[in-house]
Design a protein around this ligand. Structure first.
Ligand code: ATP
Length: 511
């Protein structure tokens, strides 16, 4: 556990040192759980957005993208259920005075039991070696079976109490599981209360006329209210999707763990409108498609797992998360939800406007069903950054820190370095950059020894470093160094563009 915390700390300090992420308003000692993306962070963020947008909008002829306002008519949030039901159950520990999400305490408790099971299996592997039959072991080992049963029991009780909004029941479950506060170690808990997560403010300057409006807690509603606008103006035929990237705001009870949980964050959401009755087919389709999108990054297939929701949100008939193995363990990265016709029907009811589609093949009007994919941009950022951050010991015994960011997402694609600051080498290096800069973000670096400059590029994840030396002036060749293999080869300047493009083009990811 401590090792994992150390890893997160290391990533946070690396992110700050190299200009990826800064604490917000740091000169005023920062604002809790608010972060700013620096010069490299915003490049990485833009590249992640672009990967998502291209894969959704550019690669699917039946998906289009929009950019709706953060402020929406307040009735939107009545209709969507957020005013009445967008709550988290919170609980305080009386000794540490720390506040927690009751559901998260329970989830983490179950995760601990899951880890016990995995340990037991590991022991089995060690004991039986090649003869080990994992399937058989999981099905028969009494310790494993007891823990599986324990988890199931907690899950069942948790589902029942959360669905019936039985806050006393949630409290009782926490007590029965003997969950202690990680800080104080005590079981001295307050009762469980509901807490609405929406931020509100007032619009209008005239006293008495001001109306409460909300900062959107999800981007999805901006898509729902524009469903007909897009369908009609874009002549879209069902099934089709609307994608959007934008800020969302939630007054999270416990906002810790760096950019994993913030009060202001960014979502990349896509709502896929389909025929009623076909939603489960599309739900499965999007589960698979989104899983492929993640895995194409090459961060390791075993870093992801699906997790079915224990308690379904008020709008869903099926929901799961794609979880990622963050430095803090497996946690939600993306949600895939079958939202039925709940949102469009609610908006029909509250606005009095029809939000239906005429299906020419069926010769029938209906309110479409919706499958949503919703991934947090900041969580994607943390996934990429933490999985890419590596401390390596090299063959000669020296050490390096490298960010092996997927090349297509890396902030700088190439650094161009003159071996010395004289003899016309800087001019030659700039000439090379002038030939590359229309397609790739390039960095010019002439300070310090070449070795130090390579380390700097490794630490910010630049896939290629090009060195200009005296031979370059004679025959127009340079050395190009690969960040991951550290191999250097001599190539013609004329070939640089192709060599770099082969590796950094977004095409390499868009499967
Ligand atoms: P959690 O259970 O972690 O609070 P959620 O289930 O409420 O998340 P969704 O409503 O499904 O999250 O939101 C979709 C995605 O938005 C999440 O998968 C996550 O990546 C991102 N997200 C949600 N809340 C936050 C937050 N506070 N900070 C950063 N990203 C967030």
């Amino acid at each position: 556990m401590e090792q994992k915390e150390d890893k997160l700390k290391e990533v946070i300090s690396h992110a700050k040192e190299y200009g990826f992420v800064f604490p917000s308003s740091e000169i005023y000692d920062g604002l809790a759980a608010t972060y700013d993306y620096g010069q490299l962070g915003s490049e990485l963020k833009n590249n992640i957005k672009s990967y998502w947008w291209k894969s959704m909008v550019q690669m699917h002829e039946n998906i289009v993208g929009i950019d709706s306002a953060i402020f929406m008519h307040p009735t939107t949030w009545k209709a969507s259920g957020h005013v009445d039901a967008f709550n988290d159950p919170l609980i305080d520990n009386k000794d540490s005075k720390k506040r927690y999400r009751a559901d998260v305490l329970l989830e983490e408790h179950m995760e601990k039991i899951r880890l016990k099971i995995e340990k037991e299996v590991e022991k089995g592997v060690k004991r039986f070696g090649d003869d080990f039959d994992e399937h058989q072991f999981r099905a028969t080992n009494p310790n494993v079976l007891r823990n599986v049963e324990k988890i199931k029991e907690i899950e069942d009780r948790m589902r029942a109490v959360l669905e019936s909004n039985d806050l006393e029941g949630v409290y009782q479950l926490i007590m029965d599981c003997e969950i202690v506060c990680p800080i104080s170690g005590s079981r001295n808990w307050t009762e469980v209360r509901q807490f609405n997560l929406m931020f509100s403010t007032e619009i209008g300057s005239v006293a008495g006329e001001a109306a409460t409006i909300y900062l959107r807690p999800e981007t999805a509603q901006g898509i729902f209210v524009n469903f007909l606008n897009v369908q009609k103006s874009g002549r879209m035929k069902i099934p089709f999707g609307i994608a959007q990237i934008g800020k969302a705001f939630r007054n999270e009870i416990v906002a810790r763990q760096f950019i994993f949980r913030m009060r202001e964050f960014e979502q990349m959401e896509m709502q896929f409108f389909c025929r009623p009755g076909e939603e489960m087919k599309w739900y499965e389709y999007w589960k698979e498609t989104r899983s492929k999108w993640h895995k194409a990054l090459g961060l390791g297939d075993n870093q992801y797992r699906f997790h079915d929701h224990i308690k379904l949100a008020h709008y869903a008939n099926a929901a799961c998360d794609i979880e990622f193995n963050f430095p803090m363990g497996f946690k939600e990265l993306e949600g895939i939800h079958s939202r039925t016709d709940f949102d469009l029907k609610q908006h029909e009811q509250f606005s009095g406007k029809k939000l239906q589609y005429f299906d020419p093949e069926l010769n029938q009007n209906y309110v479409p069903f919706v499958v949503e994919t919703s991934v947090g941009l900041d969580r994607m950022f943390l996934a990429v950054l933490s999985a890419s951050h590596k401390n390596e010991v090299l063959e000669d015994g020296s050490e390096r820190t490298v960010l092996s960011i997927p090349a297509a997402l890396a902030p700088y694609k190439v650094a161009v370095m003159p071996l010395t600051k004289k003899d016309g080498l800087p001019e030659k290096a700039r000439e090379i950059i002038d030939g590359l800069k229309f397609d790739f973000l390039c960095q010019y670096d002439e300070k310090d020894s070449i070795g130090k400059r390579y380390r700097r590029q490794d630490a910010i994840g630049t896939p290629f470093s090009v060195t200009v030396d005296h031979e370059t002036l004679e025959n127009n060749t340079v050395t190009i160094r690969d960040r991951d293999t550290m191999e250097q080869v001599r190539v013609n300047i004329a070939d640089l563009h192709r060599l770099i493009d082969e590796k950094v083009n977004m095409k390499t990811l868009l499967v």
